[in-house]
Design a protein around this ligand. Structure first.
Ligand code: HEC
Ligand code: HEC
Ligand code: HEC
Ligand code: HEC
Length: 174
């Protein structure tokens, strides 16, 4: 047999190996759903995996069941679109201070507490060269109020002066 056939056998062996590996590696339910060969190639059982995923953040309606006043206070404020969990979820369990155990009765998995640090507010309000100075709301273009934390009352917690929920100021009557 001519030595010229040898590379042909190598190529055939590689193709056979690829076909065998594909059968072994690709899950049996990997198909083009509804015959949509352009976008719908996926493992069908992955849909159930996503549905079974436990959602941890529940949004303000969940907190509002027991904290209606806070919902009311934030309603027309600059903070109206910010979820309670954005400020109150504590990623260090040691900082948890919620008096009611939300895990037992509600299956709620996050730790709720209070963070009074300047860092919390700087996350959104510190002036940064790449942070947009305006934003678009239902009323049109509005100014996104930012401060230079090195000049704006340094060393004092923001919550000493500002009412964090109404995004205004604390008053003597409070
Ligand atoms: C089943 C009712 C219930 C739910 C649901 C609930 N809370 Fe509370 N929460 C309470 C009660 C009662 C207190 C104690 C009285 C108070 O401060 O209003 C409290 C206190 C707090 C405090 C003060 C903690 C402290 O250290 O003084 C924060 C902050 C808080 N809740 C945030 C939340 C957030 C955010 C959610 C939604 C993720 C939430 N709560 C959901 C009942 C609830
Ligand atoms: C922008 C961040 C932020 C958001 C959004 C926010 N909180 Fe707070 N919250 C704080 C801070 C900071 C304090 C501590 C305030 C202080 O010491 O004056 C606090 C205090 C509290 C307290 C203790 C009692 C009080 O009023 O001081 C409760 C209860 C509470 N928040 C519930 C909520 C709920 C419910 C929501 C959503 C409807 C919410 N918060 C949204 C930052 C936030
Ligand atoms: C997740 C982002 C976010 C966080 C965190 C946040 N804010 Fe805001 N804040 C906003 C947005 C958005 C507005 C509305 C746009 C504006 O008025 O600049 C706003 C508005 C304000 C205003 C201006 C209200 C007015 O009408 O002049 C104050 C004051 C304020 N926030 C204080 C705070 C303080 C204090 C904290 C920390 C407890 C805080 N914010 C945390 C996003 C945030
Ligand atoms: C000692 C009290 C005090 C402290 C502490 C304080 N502020 Fe203020 N803040 C004010 C006063 C007074 C104004 C209004 C006058 C001004 O713009 O300086 C204001 C205005 C603002 C505004 C609106 C600026 C604008 O363009 O209209 C924002 C946003 C703000 N503060 C965020 C913060 C944040 C975030 C912190 C913490 C990092 C903080 N403040 C700490 C007193 C305080």
């Amino acid at each position: 047999m001519s030595h010229a056939w040898r590379p042909v056998f190598v190529v055939l062996a590689v193709v056979a190996a690829i076909v065998v590996m594909r059968v072994i590696l690709v899950p049996s339910d990997f198909t083009a759903k509804d015959g949509d060969y352009k976008y719908q190639w996926h493992r069908l059982s992955a849909e159930q995996v996503s549905k079974d995923f436990t959602v941890k953040h529940r949004g303000r309606d969940f907190c509002g069941q027991c904290h209606p006043n806070h919902i009311e206070k934030m309603k027309d404020s600059g903070h109206q679109n910010i979820q309670c969990e954005n400020c109150h979820v504590m990623y260090e369990p040691a900082k948890k201070s919620h008096p009611i155990n939300l895990k037992e009765d509600f299956g709620y998995l996050l730790n709720i507490g209070i963070d009074r640090s300047r860092e919390l507010c700087k996350r959104c309000h510190a002036e940064l060269s790449y942070r947009p100075k305006t934003y678009t709301s239902s009323k049109g273009t509005e100014k996104f109020k930012q401060i230079d934390p090195t000049k704006h009352n340094p060393g004092i917690e923001c919550a000493m002066c500002h009412d964090v929920h109404s995004a205004g100021f604390k008053t003597a009557a409070k």
